[in-house]
Ligand binder design. Sequence first.
Ligand SMILES: [Zn+2]
Length: 461
Amino acid sequence: MRTLIRGGTVLSSTGAATADVLVDGETIAAVAAPGVFTEADTVLDATGRYVLPGGIDAHTHMEMPFGGTFSADTFETGTRAAAWGGTTTIIDFAVQAKGTSLLSTLDKWHEKAEGDCAIDYGFHMIVSDVNDGTLKEMESCVDSGVSSFKMFMAYPGVFYSTDGEILRAMHKATETGATIMMHAENGIAIDQLVARALAEGKGEPVQHGLTRPPELEGEATSRAITLAKVTGAPLYIVHLSAAQALAAVAQARDEGQNVFAETCPQYLYLSIEDLAKPDFEGAKYVASPPLREKHHQADLWRGLRTNDLSVVSTDHCPFCFKDQKELGRGDFSKIPNGMPGVEHRMDLLHQGVVAGEISLARWVEACSTTPARMFGLYPRKGVLAPGSDADIVIYDPAAEQTLSAATHHMAVDYSAYEGMTITGKVDTVLSRGRVVVDGGEYHGSAGHGRFLSRDLCQYLG
Ligand SMILES: [Zn+2]
């Protein structure tokens, strides 16, 4: 079965060229000058459109347990929504509960995802119980294709690790070549600010932002970088939201340390003003780190341009406004933390191209090529080249669309971008050679997506 994508502008992390893409089965057979190939079983006309490697969202939480509930998207609904938005790979997080082993956790997450995913998927491992057994198991995880471990400096009593525990895990990461991913917020200090606000009767959603000030993200980021320096571990800061944290990352990178960071569309486009929306509506925007003052956005766009921010992921972790966010009415500390976004990452970052914040090549790089390299999937993913998986997006850069819960495909009852009109829209999506979205219709199926066993980070020497 051969598919020819003809007449489009083929994008990569280094630029754009008019070319045709020939797909044979599940992989790309050739990227060639227009007209070189004429024979195929299916011909897709991409005239006037971009042809780019499918998006890789390296940070999602499908059906994740949190505070007695679960994030609203299952692997089935969440990966379908991702495909609609031009994302053809997700890397989700297996979550170690305290007192359980990493390998039993991994088994559990394989069970959840297997047979359900519309697109390919991998796992990171959340380490919340550092002990001799866990550290030993990190080796087996790496051997099983789970080569990155997330730790938390926030959420004391739940996911939180002490500096000593982080140090131990980092030593193991150095030994195995694995990457430590860090949620960098000073949770010990934050918990005191939260208790103080609640004691003063301040329970509304905006307090979530006010009790997690950017300085405490900056401080934790610096501390994580220091621990990584001492141990030699590669470090990847997740969902960086604050200028203070960016400055710490930039300095470490300037000094040659293996420190990387991602940001998310919500930090580029939304602000604490959204958290302050009246009538509990701010709860829709509760995620950690919190949405910041608007002036941070310009710093984050600059960080994307300078590569101090290398990746854009979503931290997709949707909770319905009704029933789930409701749990925190009157007490912001009980609002489930997380926002939906897996469907709109490619579109929102393309909007950054339209606005002149980033180049087309940088769009592809931050949303596909770099996440592939960062998490050991390149060149199978992240590039349109002979032999690569045929994960391909045909994108109409001129189409207009308005984001809304009424039209999105995520299993959540609100959109964080309700009413926002953007330029650019996905036309067609191929996952390993199969058309899964085309012209507003879904042709994918649960179970098409396969588990991706990942290598180590490909930015290390
Ligand atoms: Zn997350």
